[in-house]
Design a protein around this ligand. Sequence first.
Ligand code: ZN
Length: 379
Amino acid sequence: MSFKHKNVLAVCTLATLATISFSAAAADSRDSVCSNPLQRICNDTLAQRKERDVYVSKLKNEIAQEAGINAAPRIDQMRKKIRPYRFIKRFLETTKIRNQEIMSSAKKRISGFEEVVTNPENVNKIKNYMYQAIDTSTFDLTTKEKFKNVIQTIVVGNFSDFLEKSDLENNVLAQMLGNACGSDGLIDNAFATTLKGERYVLICPGFLITLNQAASASDRFNSILQAISHEMGHHIDNSKVGNELYAPYLSCLAKNYSDRFTKTKEDEKFCKANAKDPVKCNVQVALSHAGELIADQWGIRTTVVHVSSEALSSADTDQMLTDSWAKLCGTGDEGIHPTGDFRIGSLMRKNPGISGYLSCLSTETDAKPACTFAGESAM
Ligand SMILES: [Zn+2]
């Protein structure tokens, strides 16, 4: 949604990347992120992902049922105090109560439920990785400082606490926020938003429920890293800092990959009107996806900092990438988010940091170049 916002409230939904811890043994040992990323990340894990989805949806149902029962009398109580014409206030209070009950039902069932995102150590670690991802980029010094200052101010928190703290009454955009996590809070999502000048990365209860099925603390961290840094990246994407800074990256994508992106209705119109200039059309289509492409690139760069600073083995890196990207398998392109196939198989796999760290051979992928913030990069 990062292109639709015209107001103070920029909400970006992310097809979240949560934890699915797949045992390496179950995957065909011949497939790797290098040799065949989609096979390794999506196909080899299909059965496990299905099994896990069944488990998570059962858990969500249980939580939703209990939360619904506990929320009902509180909502009735609230309705006695707030008059019907104050429908936005009522909507917000209902959302708050539902989210609180979802959180408390989830806490009863899942140990260390919120820990992974509320633990300041984890948040600081991700911010430090982001600073390094920025420092090792080719942006000029002033831009780097600006980006780091933005990242520093971001508040990472859960949606429930945010609703509690924020006074959104009479703000029609509150509706958008309510929808970001679903009316029952169970949509598996995280998003970036700015409200009253404060920058947030917010985590929906549904995201935490899905996340906390992972076995170890390090698995959990691995799985939030890409998602949180992607969302942090939205605070320094082209909608916030302009297209110019990202021109080398976006031009590279427009030139080499625009056929991989779906056109929005506006793009279709634009391309028809500019039928004589296909380059213009390609740029337009890439621009529609720019926010997501930029956020993904920040997420990928942050992941590279993580694997190098922890000196992860190739096998552990392969596993970590599988855990953190499998969520995007089979996701479509609505004109804003590129397909999961593109994000996994091209953007992530071709990134020189990833392919370099894993010592991938250039013959393992197509001949198209990798696109980085610096522009076209040989594999
Ligand atoms: Zn996004």
